[in-house]
Design a protein around this ligand. Structure first.
Ligand code: SAM
Length: 439
């Protein structure tokens, strides 16, 4: 495959983070265009199938892009040397490091404390179910084209794992593609470069460096503004450097014994929210929507119009700044304090879950009398889970600090005072406003 490439200023090498990566063979300036992978080397939904009959059946079935590409990968990989993609397949990992390579049991063992656990299970189940549907509706109907020993669940998970960890959307054409060679670039949360068709000549894929590199340095791109949990699920790693896009989810729930439960749930549903509802807690921002939802829970009103305004403030898309201040004005100091206390309680419960998990797993030696492969897999899962949990817990410690500080202010207000007065202070914090904390 490399024969289709222009002369490169990058070389594939072993790197500290990410196994293999692309390393500069000369100094590179900021704004330099690299790679130039010809469009003919890309794998997309429009690529020609080596086995025309397989392609015909799959196209006629009108599958969405992801399962179609997964079947394309399995089909081409099974053709070995006779596939034009053979040199590319030879470079692909046999075990892509996405969550699909975890069993449900492993997820339940290692991700107990993290909200990522449910997403992981959902993802594994979705892919398994998609495979079962395809097997029933396509593979079993054409056994000569889709032999059961080739189109296995393991092969399907491998193919989806490759797509999770290597497929990119090329922004200028909005197209999904596997881009050989370019997919050897590792991710850095501190880099903004991405893959796209060359602006000057739309026939090849390039990346434009957003900083200078010295010869011998690894060159990175961005896989998107993703939290460490998202990177972990799709790509199977937690960035070792600061991830400015990080977040962890907290779940809030309307009390089922609240006399206004039905009215509150209706108000939430009208805004596209449910109960329980998860909200991201970002690394550097106060979660305004989470607090707004807590206000819905804490409010003692049963007036549908008021509940609707409070619920609207809990949505990023619909809320306006005025909603936020109107809602604060509707609540008594006692209700506002209660909203903060509820968020703090959920935050602290979650912190306690992480502590329990980390105390049990952080320092322990992996006791295992099985083979060394099994031990090293266990150790790898443990390391990933511990670093995910430490990272998420750290964000919750910050939130805990903010909430405790704000609550101290709120508790000094007379319980009956309405929050429209000048004393509301921190309660008016806007989403995205950063709280600078030394942890
Ligand atoms: C598009 S591939 C990049 C090439 C990959 N390193 C290889 O050897 O095939 C994405 C995979 O690289 C690894 N990776 C990318 N960025 C990383 C990073 N910053 N730290 C650790 N692993 C990383 C993960 O295993 C991820 O699933």
């Amino acid at each position: 495959m490399k024969e289709g490439l222009a002369k490169q200023k990058l070389v594939l090498d072993r790197v500290d983070s990410g196994g293999r990566g692309l390393v500069a063979t000369q100094s590179l300036r900021q704004g330099e265009r690299l790679l130039f992978v010809p469009s003919g080397l890309l794998i997309t939904a429009d690529s020609e199938w080596g086995c025309a009959e397989t392609g015909r059946i799959i196209k006629e079935a009108g599958l969405p892009e992801w399962p179609m590409l997964a079947i394309f990968l399995i089909s081409e990989a099974s053709r070995e040397e006779s596939s034009r993609w053979f040199p590319y397949f030879a470079t692909l990992p046999k075990t892509p490091s996405s969550i699909l390579q975890w069993t449900e049991e492993e997820v339940n063992t290692w991700l107990t404390a993290s909200p990522v656990r449910e997403k992981a299970l959902e993802c594994i189940r979705d892919v398994t179910e998609t495979y079962r549907d395809l097997r029933a509706t396509i593979f079993l109907k054409h056994p000569e084209v889709f032999p059961s020993q080739v189109y296995t669940l393991a092969a399907f998970k491998w193919a989806f794992g490759i797509l999770f960890s290597r497929l990119v959307r090329l922004p200028s054409v909005g197209k999904l593609a596997l881009v050989p060679w370019a997919d050897m670039l590792n991710h850095s949360p501190q880099v903004d470069s991405f893959l796209d068709f060359d602006q000057n000549n739309a026939k090849s894929v390039v990346t434009v460096t957003d900083r200078a590199y010295q010869s011998g340095e690894q060159v990175f791109i961005s896989y998107g503004k993703r939290s460490s949990g998202e990177l972990f699920l799709a790509y199977g790693f937690i960035p070792s450097e600061l991830n400015v896009h990080d977040s962890v989810e907290l779940e809030m729930e309307i009390d089922s014994d609240d006399p206004s439960f039905e009215a509150k749930l209706r108000a939430a549903n009208e805004q596209g929210l449910s109960s329980p509802q998860r909200f991201p807690v970002r690394k550097d921002g106060f979660p305004a929507q989470l607090l707004a939802y807590a206000r819905l829970i804490a409010s003692r009103t049963s007036d549908p119009a008021q509940l609707s305004r409070i619920a609207r403030a809990a949505t990023e898309a619909n809320a306006t700044e005025k909603d936020d201040s109107d809602v604060i004005a509707m609540l008594s100091a006692e209700e506002e304090t209660n909203a903060y206390e509820r968020v703090l309680a959920v935050c602290e419960n979650s912190i306690a879950e992480y502590t329990k998990f980390l105390e049990a797993h952080e320092l322990d030696e992996v006791m295992n009398s099985d083979t060394s492969t099994r031990v090293s897999r266990t150790r790898m899962l443990q390391q990933l889970a511990v670093s995910l949990c430490k990272n998420e817990q750290r964000m919750l410690f910050r939130l805990q600090h903010i909430l405790r500080t704000d609550l101290r202010g709120l508790r000094t207000l007379p319980a009956t005072e309405n929050m429209s007065g000048g004393a509301k202070g921190k309660a008016q914090r806007k989403n995205g406003e950063s709280a600078v904390l030394m942890m």
